[in-house]
Design a protein around this ligand. Sequence first.
Ligand code: MN
Length: 740
Amino acid sequence: MSETLVIAKEEKQIIQRAYRELLKSIKTPMDDQDKEDIRKAYNLAVEAHARQRRKSGEPYILHPIAVARICAEEIGLGPTAIIAALLHDVVEDTEYSLEDIRQRFGERIGMIVDGLTKLDSAYNSESPQAENFRKVLSTLVKDVRVVLIKMADRLHNMRTLGAMPRHRQLAIAAETNYIYAPLAHRLGLYNMKTEFQDLCMKITDPESYQEIKQKLQETKASRNTYIERFIIPIKEELEAAGLAYRITGRPKSIHSIWNKIKSKDVSFEEIFDLFAVRIILDVPRKMEKASCWQVYSIVTDVYRPIPERLKDWVTTPKSNGYESLHTTVIGPDGRFVEVQIRSERMDEIAERGFAAHWKYKGMSDQPDVYESWLDNIREILENQESDAIEFLNDFKTNLFHEEIYVYTPKGDMRILPKGATALDFAFMIHTDLGLRCAAVKVNNRLVPMGYKLMNGDQVSIQTNKNQKPNEAWLKMVVTGKARSKIRTAIREERQQQSSIGKEILERKLQHVKADLELNADMLVKHYGYRSRLDLYSAVAAEEVNLQDLKKFRVDNNRLLPPETEAAQVQDKAKMPEAAPDPNRKTGLPRLIINGEPADQYEYTMANCCNPVMGDDVFAFLSTNGGVRIHRSTCPNAVNLMANYGYRVMRAEWAQQAGSSFRVDLQITGIDSGPGVIERLSQKISSNLGLDIRSFSIEGKEGYFEGKISLIVHNKDQVVLAIRALKSLEGISSVVRLDSA
Ligand code: MN
């Protein structure tokens, strides 16, 4: 027997084992037809992908099987989704057509596979991610399963990203961060969102990721002992009360811990609430609320709660369906511990989001939270004119936001994103109410339209039929719906204005025997507007001096510009080129971009993150053809890579001595008199031999804050400098800044 056949046989076993495990993981009920269809889909996928391998070298078919398993096991989807997941790459990558799928598996599965194929083809294209996001959302409103399967696909790809080249990893991570993590959040898939964020961080900031991971590992034993100690007295009370429950304690995600370290400027050791304790109750549906509060009472009898950290999503669920009661208490040794209290049903919704929500649909008298959200998306999508990036930004502000609850004059509750204004509220109730909004009363007091609403506010809107939205309104709203409605209204108003202006201009030109069509573009330039529309509106608003037209000569219906202007244009052409960027002279470092020497590009170091040699970097092609080098941890990186992934290029440092970079450090410490500056500069210039470009220091009460700009040759020098400064007496922190 030849060697290849032996391998093939082994692989066959691996594939069959993966398939059997997939079948075992399906929890939803299935009839014989379902089982047969899944088998049919599996057979077709095996055959279709038979000659393909993944980047890692393993048989391709393992990927669709894994995706189907995530759908079954982690999202809780049923047979239709599992079949579609098995087939999701068949049309894209193999000989089979969509028609084949439709014939064999029916209309619905054909539709889902079609949606997935279209999303996939969007992925590698040149279109900005905002446009892709729009595509994702249009499939979302047709059948949510398309997006859920797509997320399972992305999750598996992220878990197995190791085989991809670095710059592809960065681009995929950025897109995941930009589109899929927020969507997972919005669809209530918290576990998936958390894993997306952790996997992204592992790629974009591997050092910090590994550091926190290791520290979590090191502190695991002591953390477990602490949790044990924390829950003993609670358990006793729960048992005495005769409640059926389970209790778990687990660390928060690496990404969320990192966020806390950055936003609160503390060290890992200083973060106390590294974990949350979860109490899950097995109670009948109608007992849920009362039991959760009973447990809350028990927990807060044992440990003192921090009142402002109480979150009641049991009485009013979040708009993504999340239900739970959260509190933070002061545990043994004075450490803060977050306690989450919920029923088994609530827990399933929290873990599986949308799919679980569907399962319990109709069992509650709450209005369906997803229906209204999907309606909202449909409405935004219908507004075809809105610019894709604008649309995405609007949408995203509404994805992650915390929520507030406000009331109509009749006492009906409405949920809005935190930060929403009275005007947002008006648009949420009805578009016309928003467009005609003239005055607002909150709790019976007159407030400005841009008033930021607070929990519990009662809002009433007064309208005026002559009211017209203007540009300033855009600054008074945060919700996507309000924004897009205002923009449309302004656009329509301008269109109307401009047709009036067009008529006026046409008449004026007739007087001098000139034709509008022939001269419009020249006049736009002459008066300095961007478009005909702008010029016409300005004419209607009487902002244009039409007397000017008399200065023109007319030849055969055509206006000829007055002499002086022609001369001016000539002058401009002779203007000298702008002075060269001084940055170019200071010995640019050598780089390799996309595997080739970077000399062919005009490249500079981005000043939003000031990379130095040795930093992990990527190159970004700017619109004017130049290239900018960013650190992969740059705060702008996610945005750039997600929106303009096709302009991102791989960049590496070429070995070369003599290049220099600026790096900015922030230093804080205990004030120890006038000697501080000397000691710091001594360390840097004499001991390390580095040049200081600028140094500022500010004393506050009992401590000081300083900024030092250093000139270094590479990243090692940065690390050494930070370490050396930290070791000085009286210095409490030294942090590298992204920009000065
Ligand atoms: Mn795939």
